[in-house]
Design a protein around this ligand. Sequence first.
Ligand code: CA
Length: 229
Amino acid sequence: MKSRILLIEDEPGLVLTLKDRLAQESYTVEAVSDGEAGLARATKELYDLIILDVMLPSKNGFDVCRDLRQRGIATPILMLTARGQVVDKVLGLKLGADDYLSKPFEMIELQARMEALLRRAPALAKSSQEIYQFGDIRVDFLSAEVTRNGRKLELAAREFQLLRYFIEHRGIALSRDKLLDEVWGYNATPSTRTVDVHVAWLRQKIEPNPSHPQFLLTVHRLGYKFIGS
Ligand code: CA
């Protein structure tokens, strides 16, 4: 499967070059050109890697990086810094970036760093995603606790597993069969109705208005899709 890359960069020439070259290397690249848009996109959709420029309109790369980590988004981040800005590099790493590259850089070096981050990404994402927030809801994966405006929600174990799976696959349409296999396992009573029932229960707990879901959406004739805040 192609790796999905989010490129947050405001230099049109560099965006064009990177999109073009990375597409040739069979990456799927989506680009946004300012910090706020980058933060919103990375919160809403799931990427394998984020390439993040430091100097950006509306919100700089450091703030985007810090906010993503505070929201529990563990996607590897490769920061692009200006040449020789050692302080930038240290700050970037402190705020949760995984690696950095100074501009201008050679494509081959960018790719080498991307590959290194993507190789360790699955383990990294699993172990460092401890908290995820959307709307008024806060999910703590370590304690398996879900709160809404600070008040604890009572979720059954299966509901929690289902919510976790949705969060880990946010932005992706998931079929009922896929959810049954992944959340219930192959020994489950093979009824896709089970999925619908649990999604309905989950909506009662996490949606501000369960009859008009804004997070856990129905995908017509297929299944469901979770959209983060
Ligand atoms: Ca820039």
